[in-house]
Design a protein around this ligand. Structure first.
Ligand code: PRX
Length: 650
């Protein structure tokens, strides 16, 4: 069985690596036994304006969830990502930008990036942005996205990046939810040769009075020469406001616990929540994990293929690498444009050393065959990473053999928007890997498995994955709703942080993430709440009831399977199916587009009216041999009908 395969650490790699196994074990032990001493020491990797005297001040007690790290220290994240590098590496490339069109690329030095950030920070200041204000970024993968994040950080403004694939409706909700007063966007974004009208989406979002009430200015980066609707009282060209701004802008002295950003993510209930990350602990954790997990060394070219709209882009394209003075590659395009060899071409062109991507991209390439990367020279690669969803052993092996040429260790990194940085992962010089396992915890992370009652399980066992104590990168709250934060993460299993994931631990203590245990889907590494998609569907006039579940999908990991009961007077048809799909795309965004829609005259419900999702999940998985007891259903016959008309057949 491939699960049993084990790849030992290459001794040559270990000899040069930051951390070998002996060092891992010793450091891990210290990090758990004496977190104050451990993090007190490692906090020094940043430049502090005012030193901290207290390190860890945290409580997971549901009556008093309180998480603070380095709480009396002062610093600035942009200063740590830029200014402190200028003397030593001002001319070194900070960002390599690779455009959607392979003929477009740009190299930006630390000095140049610093200048751009200062200009924008001054321009934002002139527009009235102050410390503590929320600025929404709705941007393509262009250098200005990183510039905008850092400009906010420089001022102490809080950025809220909204993924460019979200709909105007989703954007409006996030602008309103964060009471954001300014949006930075681009006229259009380019991906895979197509253009997406980002600014027009912002206009549509701001047609919603709830969003327009807060947001008074829109700064627009010019990416194309295409025509654009313009509102003089509100819209500003990025190039016009920055060209006249000064390149001197002192970095605001912020408290370690001042917010750095909020990032919306989906949960099992309600609207997406804005997770809040603060400055000191987050940056210590992002930079330290970046250095050790990717074994980042001076001069390396590092590429993470995520979008800045997700937490991976925050921690491992922008903050972690730049705090470490690294060269980070930012890619505007997609793996399949102009053709499927693009990833290989970019690795070859920029001599990439570390490559960090998602299983969904790996599986998509894998489907194209072993020759997919063409004759691209991949000899620069030293390490591969995976993130966002469980990687199946077949995809792991393929990644190792075809992309890593059997030579590069793979780090399968498990973490979440809430955790700020990587939590469970191999360290390439220390950890023997097993395809499909995220292996062992990073320093300071104490994972545990608990049963439904919250009892901690010992040994080789499967259970709910929880974390026993705080780590510096942890989210501090949900923006504007601390009670929801406590309820979501600290009330199910008292005394622990609840991850929402299930996991198995093997005899060696390695963790194998099995996926979400709640109603959250992971589609192509994008996290989505079934409740969100359901509420979008029931807002359609034809829909009486909707239930959404996930099913295994060979490329996306999970696909979206929708059951819909129509209102009286509506007939099922292909047109209606198309219309519903379009409706969800419009309400949430293309990433939420249902893969399969089954019209269901009735849902399997208990006598008290609760939809039995377990049954719907099984039918969607095409596994209806073990439906369990259906006799308690209000109308057991609906199940036969659902099975007969099921859409996912092997
Ligand atoms: O279910 C886990 C899955 O992605 C979820 C977190 O999603 P998000 O907050 O969007 O962050 C994604 C990038 C960090 C987790 O609860 N997940 C993430 N990484 C892995 C994973 N599942 C298995 N293995 C991973 N390496």
């Amino acid at each position: 069985m491939s699960e049993m395969k084990r790849y030992p650490v290459d001794p040559e790699f270990a000899a040069k690596a930051h951390i070998d196994n002996a060092k891992y074990l010793a450091m891990y032990e210290q990090s758990i036994k004496d977190p104050d001493a451990f993090w007190g020491e490692h906090g020094k990797r940043l430049d502090w304006f005012g030193p901290y005297s207290r390190v860890k001040h945290t409580s997971f007690d549901p009556h008093n969830v309180d998480i603070r790290w380095f709480e009396d220290g002062t610093l600035n994240a942009a200063y740590n990502c830029l200014d402190r590098h200028l003397e030593q590496r001002g001319d070194q490339v900070a960002i390599i930008w690779e455009g959607d069109d392979p003929s477009e690329s740009e190299k930006i030095s630390y000095r140049d990036l610093h200048e751009r950030v200062c200009r924008l920070a001054n321009a934002l200041k002139a527009e009235g942005v102050e410390k503590g204000d929320v600025v929404t970024l709705y941007m393509p993968m262009i250098p200005e996205a990183a510039v905008a994040m850092l400009a906010c950080a420089r001022l102490g403004a809080v950025h809220s990046v909204v993924f460019g694939g979200f709909s105007p409706e989703a954007l409006a909700n996030r602008i309103e939810g964060a009471a954001s007063r300014l949006v930075i966007t681009s006229d259009y974004s380019r991906r895979g040769g197509k253009v997406v009208p980002l600014k027009a989406n912002v206009d549509e979002a701001l047609a919603d009075p709830a969003a327009a009430r807060y947001c008074k200015k829109v700064v627009v980066v010019k990416r194309t020469d295409d025509e654009l609707a313009w509102h003089d009282h509100r819209d500003l060209w990025y190039h016009e406001i920055t060209v006249k701004a000064s390149i001197e802008c002192p970095a605001e002295e912020l408290n370690a616990e001042d917010p750095l950003f909020i990032l919306y993510t989906s949960g099992s209930t309600g609207k997406p929540k804005g997770l809040e990350h603060t400055t000191g602990g987050y940056l210590v954790y992002a930079s330290m994990t970046h250095e050790y997990v990717f074994d980042y060394r001076e001069g390396d070219i590092y590429w993470c293929t995520a979008d800045v709209g997700w937490v991976t882009g925050h921690s491992y394209i922008v903050y972690g690498p730049l705090a470490n003075g690294a060269t980070t590659l930012m890619f505007e395009g997609v793996p399949s444009y102009p053709d499927n060899s693009r990833f290989g071409r970019v690795i070859e062109k920029h001599r990439v050393n570390q490559f960090y991507t998602a299983p969904t991209a790996i599986r998509a390439l894998m489907q194209q065959g072993e020759e997919v990367l063409g004759d691209a020279d991949l000899s620069s690669l030293r390490l591969l990473g995976s993130v966002g969803e469980p990687i199946n052993p077949e995809a792991w092996e393929w990644y190792h053999r075809v992309v890593g040429q059997g030579r590069c260790p793979i780090v399968d990194t498990w973490w979440q928007t809430e955790t700020g940085g990587i939590m469970i992962t191999p360290l390439p010089g220390a950890t023997a890997t097993k395809p499909g396992s995220a292996t062992r915890p990073f320093f300071g992370v104490q994972p545990a498995l608990v049963d439904k009652q919250g009892n901690e399980l010992e040994g080789a066992v499967e259970g709910n994955l929880v974390i026993k104590d705080s780590w510096p990168g942890q989210s501090r709250s949900i923006w504007g709703d601390h009670e929801r934060f406590v309820q979501t993460y600290f009330s199910t299993f008292k005394g622990y942080y609840t991850t929402g994931d299930g996991a198995r631990r093997d005899e060696e203590g390695y963790y194998w993430i099995t996926g979400r245990v709640d109603d959250v889907l992971n589609v192509s590494g994008h996290r989505m709440g079934t409740a969100e998609i359901e509420s979008a569907l029931v807002a359609h006039p034809a829909v009486a009831e909707a239930a959404v579940v996930g099913y295994p999908h060979s490329v996306k990991g999970q696909g979206i399977y929708v059951y819909v009961t129509l209102q009286a007077g509506f007939e099922q048809s292909d047109e209606l199916m198309k219309a519903l799909r379009h409706w969800v795309r419009r309400e949430i965004g293309p990433i939420a587009s249902p893969d399969l829609i089954q019209f269901a005259p009735g849902m399997p419900k208990t006598r008290s009216g609760k939809i039995m999702r377990r049954i719907l999940r099984k039918i969607a998985e095409d596994d209806f041999s073990s439906l369990g007891d259906t006799s308690t259903l209000a109308d057991p016959s609906v199940v036969d009908d659902l099975i007969a008309k099921r859409l996912n057949r092997w």
